[in-house]
Design a protein around this ligand. Sequence first.
Ligand SMILES: [Zn+2]
Length: 67
Amino acid sequence: MAEHYPRGTESTLKWCNRCSRITKHAVSDGRLGRCMEHEISGESKKQKAARERREQEQRNPTFWPGQ
Ligand SMILES: [Zn+2]
């Protein structure tokens, strides 16, 4: 059931439901941790806006006609 990773693995690429794309996930002690890409702390306001717009576009690909 749980996936295991070789010792020494620190991250893996996996689907994230929240990001709606393949993202880097932390791995510790051979066990899958959380997505590293939407938990980034200290992102700037501009980075946050860009990320949210990207996430929004990926959730609603037809939401931005003509853009
Ligand atoms: Zn994520």
